[in-house]
Design a protein around this ligand. Sequence first.
Ligand SMILES: CC(C)(COP(=O)(O)OP(=O)(O)OC[C@H]1O[C@@H](n2cnc3c(N)ncnc32)[C@H](O)[C@@H]1OP(=O)(O)O)[C@@H](O)C(=O)NCCC(=O)NCCS
Length: 204
Amino acid sequence: MSNRCKKLPMPDFLCQPEFMADISPALKRPTIRPALVEDAAAIAAIYADHVRSGTASFDTVPRTADETGQKILEIQAKGWPFLVADRGGEILGYAYVSQFRDRSAYRFACENSIYVRDDCIGQGVGTLLLRTLVDVATASGFRQMIAVAGGGEQASVALHAKLGFSHAGRMRSVGRKFGRWLDTVYMQLELGEGDRAPPDDEPA
Ligand SMILES: CC(C)(COP(=O)(O)OP(=O)(O)OC[C@H]1O[C@@H](n2cnc3c(N)ncnc32)[C@H](O)[C@@H]1OP(=O)(O)O)[C@@H](O)C(=O)NCCC(=O)NCCS
């Protein structure tokens, strides 16, 4: 029996190795780490579920694993975070940022994307991922983070509000999926010094 097990206020039978093997993955907090191209299939599967059954994404056709691998490489090549929540080698969710819009003046504003595996929703994975994403995006030099909650999904709005994002607008009926018109809700978080100081790398 391990020391860790002895410290837990649990009956002895719970400390048998076969029982610990069953419950430990559920108890272990996931690690948040940069995504690898090898994670692409798991990430693509998570996204595909949300594309097929939810309104958070306005995609109607999921990305392939190859396209996902390419996206991981493109985002990371720009020095931006593409993170996964990894529990014992299983990918429970992922999050990344991209520039809010392509035009150059937007280069200090990023948009986040965050998706948690269907069977892991409501277990704190989204909170862990988004907290880390905010920290790494700030360190990458972004000054504002925008969340675009497709369909105004309640869970997405609640998660972002929990982390301090404020409402920045709502566009009515800009999407259509599952035979319904869909709104998008915009939420915004200031990163680092926000607009209180110019960025370090302002061109002359
Ligand atoms: C939004 C999403 C990422 C949240 O991930 P999660 O792991 O379930 O989130 P957490 O368990 O950390 O919960 C965070 C907060 O969200 C809220 N929340 C979670 N699920 C909710 C639900 N179904 N309805 C309302 N609020 C909900 C709670 O306030 C919760 O905080 P609390 O537990 O401290 O009260 C997840 O639901 C998801 O992948 N949704 C589909 C994709 C999406 O909407 N992405 C965001 C837009 S890019």
